[in-house]
Design a protein around this ligand. Structure first.
Ligand SMILES: O=C(O)CCC(=O)C(=O)O
Length: 209
């Protein structure tokens, strides 16, 4: 199979979760992992990301009102690996799968994955509202899932770092409602207690290399 971007840069970076990582995840429902891939692969991923966002036909903007004018504010692509299967060969995915298997306590061979890219423009734009991913899931399926969120540049809180409410994964699924046009399928949980949120900025100056 021909890959438009070729294979990702080779790397033998192998990252393993510690017992403390697994215990922290079980307690809190999230985990900050300092490094799952190399700087070279981040640069490669950035090129693929721009191709997906700028040229791809598989990009949508959740929550957008029908007929709304102006530039898109929260572009997303689900499963860009359909168009760019080289994304399945990354060090990020290899290490992410190892973490996911350990955190979910399932054999790695049992995991299925899909990618999800999000572009948050560098201007005042829509933030992803408070939600539980379970609200998006199909109720007839029994999910056991974890997401691995990888920024392509340093993220401060202002630049869209992820924030989590520790322990909320052990509570119930909160009521969710649509934000904007229901056809846009953007959900918000008004009862989420954002005062308890822990922001997780990721800055290369403080990360292991
Ligand atoms: O990147 C974000 O702001 C939100 C990501 C997210 O919540 C998700 O993918 O479920």
């Amino acid at each position: 199979m021909g890959y438009r971007f070729g294979a990702p840069p080779e790397s033998d970076l192998d990252v393993h979760p510690s017992e403390d990582d697994v215990a922290f995840f079980r307690e809190n429902g999230y985990l900050v992992v300092e490094r799952l891939t190399t700087d070279e692969e981040l640069a490669w991923l950035t090129k693929v990301f721009h191709a997906v966002m700028d040229e791809g036909g598989r990009v949508f903007e959740p929550g957008r009102e029908q007929g709304a004018a102006g530039p898109s504010q929260l572009d997303q692509s689900i499963a860009p690996e359909i168009e760019y299967p080289e994304l399945l060969l990354t060090t990020y995915r290899r290490n992410g799968m190892r973490f996911a298997a350990a955190l979910l306590e399932v054999p790695e061979a049992d995991l299925v994955t899909w990618a999800h890219m999000i572009r948050k423009p560098a201007r005042v734009s829509r933030v992803a509202p408070w939600h539980q991913d379970e609200a998006y899931w199909q109720p007839e399926l029994d999910y056991h899932a974890v997401g691995a969120w990888l920024p392509l540049h340093d993220v401060t809180v202002e630049r869209g770092a992820m924030q989590f409410i520790p322990g909320s994964h052990r509570g119930p699924l909160l009521p969710h409602e649509h934000l904007g046009d229901p056809a846009g399928n953007l959900l918000v949980a008004p009862e989420a207690d954002a005062a308890k949120a822990v922001p997780c900025p990721l800055l290369s100056s403080t990360l292991g290399s």
